[in-house]
Ligand binder design. Structure first.
Ligand SMILES: [Zn+2]
Length: 303
């Protein structure tokens, strides 16, 4: 079990009032170090321009990497660029690429990327919703294009819909994307009838939904959809903001739900692809819940 991270991810400064703050990552790292002293820690390399350009256009790379602000600037009402943000974004995306390489080259069976900024809202051309580059999409494209895989799945259980990931892969027959999320909620996409070319499955959950609704959606709909594709690699957008303690949304999930869904995804990976899973941290804004859920998630990845 490898965990990828980099100190640069702590230097993405979003300002004193922002929920997507460095303390999120330092809390996760401390919790994992305590709970799993034998983790194989790996430094996240920078993603290369070529790896990013498989997903993003030149203009977004220029905005994130060449603006070089001396103060904090807002790319949208939620999304901040600081002096350290370009480097953090490169390391966050690079973590996923390195983890895919390690898993597909047989150096580890499973990997978790403890990074920020998160990624699943970023589209091909726009940073949004705390996300600069779409880390999971860059990792998926790397698996398809560099390693020649033909069937990759992305499971996204963040409480917000992964609009960027969906948009990037909506016409991609070699990737299936499955998401559960509170709906309606930011960013507004993720309705049940958004199915791409038949490669997208969305399970919107109403405000207040809890464990039973969450597990039913995955068990009856999303997990069979991913399983039927016989994936060669399982990728996870692991957001823990559906936890009942989280301040940004109103699902009532608890830590056991995240342990459960992770084990279910591991079962699919074990059945089809030698257990190969790469998971990337997305949201989660209550520090206590985030620490607990990250540990439970990694527990299940090691299961
Ligand atoms: Zn989220």
């Amino acid at each position: 079990m490898q965990v990828y991270t980099h100190p640069a991810c702590l230097a993405h400064d979003t300002g004193p009032e922002h929920v997507e703050r460095p303390a999120r990552l330092s809390t996760v790292l401390r919790a994992l170090e305590t709970a799993h002293p034998d983790i194989d820690w790996q430094p996240a390399p920078r993603a290369t321009r070529g790896q990013l350009l498989r997903v993003h256009d030149e203009a977004l790379l220029a905005t994130v990497l060449e603006t070089a602000p001396h103060v904090l600037i807002s790319l949208d009402p939620d999304t901040i660029l600081s002096p350290g943000s370009g480097e953090a974004a490169l390391r966050a995306a690079g973590a996923g690429v390195a983890a895919v390489d390690a898993v597909l080259e047989g150096r580890t069976q499973r990997a978790f990327c403890a990074v920020r900024p998160p990624g699943h809202h970023a589209t091909a051309s726009a940073a949004m919703g705390f996300c600069l580059f779409n880390n999971i999409a860059v990792a998926a494209r790397h698996a398809l294009d560099k390693h020649g895989l033909e069937r990759v799945v992305v499971a996204d259980f963040d409480v917000h819909h992964g609009n960027g990931t969906q948009a990037i892969f909506a016409q991609e027959p070699q990737l299936r994307f499955a998401s559960s999320h509170q709906w309606p909620l930011y960013p507004g996409s993720g309705a049940h009838n958004q199915t791409g070319i038949g490669n997208i499955a969305n399970a919107p959950l109403p405000e207040g939904a809890g464990s039973a609704a969450f597990r039913a959606a995955w068990q009856t709909e999303l997990l069979p959809f991913l399983d039927a594709f016989k994936p060669q690699l399982v990728l996870i957008s692991a957001g823990f903001d559906g936890h009942q303690r989280d301040p940004l949304a109103n699902l009532q999930l608890d830590t056991n739900d995240y342990a459960w869904i992770t084990r279910e995804l591991v079962v699919i990976a074990n059945r089809h692809c030698g257990g190969r899973v790469v998971s990337m941290l997305e949201g989660g804004y209550d520090l206590t819940a985030l620490a607990e859920c990250s540990v439970a998630h990694v527990d299940s990845l090691r299961w």
